[in-house]
Design a protein around this ligand. Structure first.
Ligand code: UDP
Length: 478
């Protein structure tokens, strides 16, 4: 076996947001388990949160050759870094972080042999190409989403973008290869629903995705059995795609091979996990609870939150709800903070936390369904746990993920574009009772496939071995 100091040195740079850092830390640990040297580059802001709330420093100290480095994200300390304000990050990273990153690459010792940059962060590709360092982008979204982004110019050419004012949103899109039978205008990622095709974010998504296809390969947090049809389309443009997900399950499997478990470690959350919800779940009947979370970024207006709250209480089902402090309804002077009916209904059948240990929650036997915003990490975590979903997508790739969940994988119900207490109540009852059996059948099947893909001989497990091999070869050939 080669000594650690002779093994390739990989620098990992995630986009500074919870879902990105979470999955890329898992990738970093998989690489460290494969005896690669890893430098993980975090934004200063996020690193401070992680160090304060998690065990990352002691956890990664066990890997010789593993290092954390930090870099400014270019935003002020008091910037909210949630909701629509997250968009500011794209500009600040390009303007402020990029030159610092370039300088850092001259100074890092030992210099990285290869960079795995978040594929949404085109700056990593630009700088790596300029300095002649091999780069493999990692995208934290589904293959489906990347395929749609890579088809933006085709949609423009076909006259399907920009979406016309009088467009029937339920019409099918014709210009995304392989998705002609199910992709509606309604399901396009939010970045695509703009009135001007010169929109900076639309252009950024199209540009960065085409850069991803021209790099030394592309790593995805998905698995062949889930997205095989889309991956075949993608490989016509980008032959070297490493599907190595679901990453959280993959890490669990590889740690088990070294007799380690996930149970004695913290999550990778910027916020403190409230584990009291696990004790609450322990007291609930099997499969009886709907878990509700809108992820780490979405900020919901009060009226919408109230529709969900009434719907959940009126459904009569038990629920565990992650209400981040930014989402808690406040007294706006005109209405009460929370009507008594909701307070009482929640006391009887509900439990609310600021932040939950989501992977443990989804794996808990009391959970019967997940009302989710369809972020890709949440979707994959739910697929792996075999938990049926109600999807209420907010932005970015979420609109597309929810379409796949309902129409392609038959793993749940898509509630997009509707926020009405009666619909919430109806969907919760459909998921937990009326349509439960058929959805659970697919959910159980896909959970089995997800776990199989990361075990020895499984598709993601083999693809990860290929990735390691290719990184080693890439360096030998440099
Ligand atoms: N998450 C968590 N606890 C919560 C809510 C979310 O640990 O209470 C984690 C979740 O497991 C997932 C990530 O935060 O890994 C959210 O990523 P996702 O891609 O689903 O959505 P985003 O936050 O990027 O919108």
């Amino acid at each position: 076996m080669e000594a650690v100091h002779q093994s390739p040195h990989v620098l990992i740079f995630p986009f500074p947001a919870q879902g990105h850092v979470n999955s890329m830390l898992k990738l970093a640990e998989l690489l460290a388990l494969a005896s690669l040297r890893v430098t993980f580059l975090n934004s200063e802001y996020n690193h401070e949160s992680l160090v304060r709330r998690t065990d990352i420093l002691s956890r990664f100290a066990q890997y010789p050759g593993f290092k954390f480095e930090t870099i400014p994200d270019g935003l002020s300390q008091d910037h909210p870094r949630v909701g629509a304000a997250m968009r500011d990050m794209f500009g600040s990273l390009e303007l402020i972080t990029k030159p610092i990153f370039k300088q850092m690459l001259f100074e890092i010792n030992p210099p990285p042999d290869c960079i795995i940059g978040d594929g949404i962060l085109g700056l990593t590709i630009d700088v790596a190409n300029e300095l002649g360092i091999p780069i493999i982008p990692f995208r934290t979204t589904s293959a489906g989403c990347i395929w749609v982004f890579s088809s933006i110019f085709d949609m423009i050419q076909a006259g399907e973008l920009p979406i016309k004012g009088n467009q029937d949103m339920d019409c099918l899109i014709t210009s995304v290869a392989g998705m002609e039978t199910f992709l509606r205008f309604r399901d396009l990622p939010s970045f695509c629903k703009v009135s001007d095709v010169k929109d900076p974010l639309l252009q950024l998504m199209a540009r960065e995705t085409s850069k991803n296809f021209k790099a030394n390969g592309l790593i995805l947090n998905t698995f062949e059995e889930l997205e095989g049809a889309t991956l075949s389309q993608m490989r016509t443009k980008c032959p070297k795609i490493y599907t190595i997900g679901p990453l959280h399950e993959h890490l669990k499997a590889r740690l088990a091979d070294t007799n380690q478990t996930m149970s004695d470690r913290s999550s990778n959350s910027f916020r403190e996990d409230d584990r009291s919800c696990i004790s609450w779940l322990d007291k609930q009947p099997k499969g009886s609870v709907v878990y509700v979370s809108f992820g780490s970024i979405a900020v919901l207006p009060r009226e919408k939150l109230m529709e969900f709250w009434f719907g959940l209480v009126h459904s009569g089902k038990r629920f565990l709800w992650v209400l981040r402090p930014e989402n808690v309804p406040r007294n706006d002077g005109e209405c009460d903070v929370v009507p008594t009916e909701l307070v009482e209904g929640t006391k009887e059948r509900g439990y609310i936390v600021d932040w939950a240990p989501q992977e443990d929650v989804l794996a808990h036997g009391a959970i019967g369904g997940f009302l989710t915003h369809s972020g890709w990490n949440s979707t994959l975590e739910s697929v792996t746990a075999g938990v049926p979903m109600i999807c209420w997508p907010c932005f970015a790739d979420q609109q597309l993920n929810s379409r796949f969940v309902e129409e392609v994988w038959k793993l749940g119900l898509d509630m997009k574009d509707v926020c009405d207490r009666r619909v919430v109540e109806q969907m919760v009852n459909d998921l937990m009772v009326a349509k439960r059996e058929e959805i659970l059948k697919s959910a159980t099947e896909f959970a089995k496939l997800a776990k199989g893909s990361v075990n020895a001989g499984g598709s993601s497990n083999c693809n990860f071995d290929c990735l390691i091999e290719d990184i080693r070869m890439m360096i030998k050939n440099c």
